[in-house]
Design a protein around this ligand. Sequence first.
Ligand SMILES: N[C@@H](CCC(=O)N[C@@H](CS)C(=O)NCC(=O)O)C(=O)O
Length: 248
Amino acid sequence: MTQATTTTTPPSLTLVTLGDAFGLRNVSPFCLKIEMLLTSLGLPFESDVQRDPRKAPKGKLPYMIADGRTIADSELITEYLDEITGGRVYAGLSDRDRAHGVALARLVEDHLYWLYVASRWLDDDWFPNIVDGFFHIAPALIRPIVARAARRQVRQTLHLHGLGRHSLAEQAGFMERDLQALEAAAPESGFLFDDAPGIYDFTIAGFMAGVYDNKPPTWGTKIAEKYRGLRAYTERVQEHVGVYGRFV
Ligand SMILES: N[C@@H](CCC(=O)N[C@@H](CS)C(=O)NCC(=O)O)C(=O)O
């Protein structure tokens, strides 16, 4: 890892982020996680809403512009913020905490996330919300065509991932097991590793906020609603940091 350096004047930070959709102030869990982290570290930042991720350096959001440097990917942004704060992001975490944190983050961001993508994009009944929520900026005449082309790409990506090859019932089963694991991992009070929430709390709560408050609910939201402990934990993290996925 890069040697930690403490700066007295924080660099000017711009977080390029996805905007609102589906009743959510910030529809991207990766962007929301970084908003939570920046706020908890007390680092001032500007938000720049970019509605088209294809314009991002790696075709995904968020990315950060820090004193002219561009950092694309929420995990790389996290590493950078740790570096400029002299190690505050991971301060107080044992190697074991970090091992658990990384494992939970991979579960949320590389598995559960894709099931949630499937619940929005592949469900014929829910898909009109995608057209309105993500493609309203496209001219009305070509909107359905653009949206259908994007849907084909998402279907291909899910197929390549593997989760897209399963039936809906099987996908729901995978989601249940992911959520059971998260519910068991989330503490009944307080936060994962400390008195205050940290990066791994932001990863889980930033993601789950968008599941619980997604309007209208997807089949994934309906499954998640059963996990009340996880919901309470998600609320606790948002309340503590004062950053919410929904409009407040
Ligand atoms: N590993 C990336 C994932 C970011 C990501 O998947 N962002 C989504 C929005 S939630 C995106 O930009 N998707 C556009 C696409 O995949 O084409 C990170 O942690 O920043």
